[in-house]
Design a protein around this ligand. Structure first.
Ligand code: PLP
Ligand code: COI
Length: 372
């Protein structure tokens, strides 16, 4: 439960000002946009913003109309990429209420990312309040479709105007919201991975465990190569031996074996500590399954797929939820995992997790954070 605890670190009381949009999207137009939103292209009318300066601390908290930022061309983020973000979802509950999933864990990770990037950590209570307030205002943007949710993207950028290389003394923190359906648009029942043997995503001592934009920039050339070769996602290996499986560009990875045990790469500072990953480990252990957080070599993975010992694999994350992995390509060799489609345990874990998130199953862990 460690992930869900917040540190109470509010410096006095910062009040949010709510500035409603002067011409919000008409309900009929919104309904049309929510029919088939895809992922990350439909945005709501409002955003949350808070500013920081060394002189004033955190100030000017607003829920305001979503609008472009005015930024000086010398703002730190544009040059040295001091930027972090989070990803979380709000769900519609069966009784019409709204809930977030483990938001305190996101608040805590946002703080950890800020510390790694030498940014000023946003008090966790402010993070939670900004997200909850925005969801309350935008609850009607949760698509009423299967798998629909409101994806929240809290982020922070360095805005000090200065070209010397140093941590910024000014920041903008903001939360935007996007109505989303499934992350993967294909009809395929499982995704395919291309293993990157040349490009790595992060290295020991680097920023792999932080959710900073730079990690994603570093992953794009490999993701582009994966797409060019007809695969859905790239799978990264460790930067030292290029042998140990780490994670995908935006998801963690799990493997299921024929003895019913599960394995996922350990958190060693080079991969993101996924909240979905943590939740799945808990759910699997509570079913009595053995879950190992131990390194798994890509050559062993290929051998286990061939021998039938490896029966399922899946990717997981807030955006992707639980996504079955059907095949992988390592060098010139493509191999199929299990049936090549969604495995039984993958489907069952996915159902349990999404039922808790959407309030259709009991929540024994206190993960669901009801907003209204
Ligand atoms: N790994 C990376 C690199 C990610 O971007 C994400 C998505 O946030 C994850 C893993 C999964 O993390 P979470 O389950 O907290 O969304
Ligand atoms: C998320 O799952 O929230 C992410 O940030 C991953 C990204 C691929 C959208």
């Amino acid at each position: 439960m460690m992930l869900d605890q917040t540190t109470s670190d509010m410096p006095g009381q910062l009040r949010f000002v709510e500035l409603p949009h002067p011409s919000p999207t008409p309900p009929a137009e919104r309904a049309a946009r929510l029919e088939n939103p895809g992922f990350g292209r439909v945005f709501t009318d409002h955003m949350a913003t808070i500013r920081y300066s060394e002189a004033q601390g955190w100030y000017d908290a607003q829920i305001c109309p979503r609008a472009p930022f005015q930024m000086d061309p010398a703002a730190g983020v544009l040059h040295y990429a001091q930027e972090i973000f989070e990803g979380m979802k709000a769900y519609r509950l069966p009784d019409g209420g709204t809930a977030l999933f483990r938001p305190r864990a996101n608040a805590r990770r946002f703080r950890a990312s800020a510390e790694r990037m030498a940014m000023v950590p946003l008090p966790e209570e402010l993070f939670l309040e900004s997200v909850r307030r925005l969801v309350k205002v935008e609850r009607d943007w949760i698509p009423p479709i299967e798998g629909g949710s409101l994806y929240l993207r809290p982020f922070m950028i360095a805005t000090e105007v200065f070209l010397g290389v140093k941590p910024s003394a000014e920041y903008i923190y903001a939360v935007i919201a996007s109505s989303v359906g499934a992350y993967f648009k294909g009809e395929a029942p499982a995704v395919s991975l291309w293993v990157s043997q040349e490009f790595t995503r992060s290295a020991p001592g680097g920023t792999g465990a932080a959710k900073c934009g730079g990690n994603y920039a570093a992953s794009l050339v490999a993701q582009t190569e994966a797409t060019r070769r007809g695969h859905d996602q790239v799978l990264f290996l460790d930067a030292v031996e290029r042998r140990w499986i780490e994670e995908l560009g935006g998801m963690n990875i799990f493997f299921v074996f024929d003895d019913g045990s599960i394995r996922t790469p350990p958190l060693g500072g080079t991969i993101l500590a996924g909240i979905t990953r943590d939740s799945i480990i808990q759910l699997a252990r509570d079913r009595g399954l053995t879950v190992a957080e131990t390194p798994y070599a890509i050559d062993q993975c290929q051998a286990d797929a061939a021998s039938g010992r490896l029966v399922e694999a899946f990717a997981c994350g807030t955006a992707a939820v639980v996504t079955p992995i059907g095949r992988m390509t390592l060098g010139e060799n493509e191999f199929v995992i299990g049936s090549g489609g969604p495995g039984q345990l993958t489907q069952s874990i996915s159902q349990t997790l999404t039922a808790i998130q959407r309030g259709t199953a009991p929540d024994p862990y206190g993960w669901v954070d009801r907003i209204d």
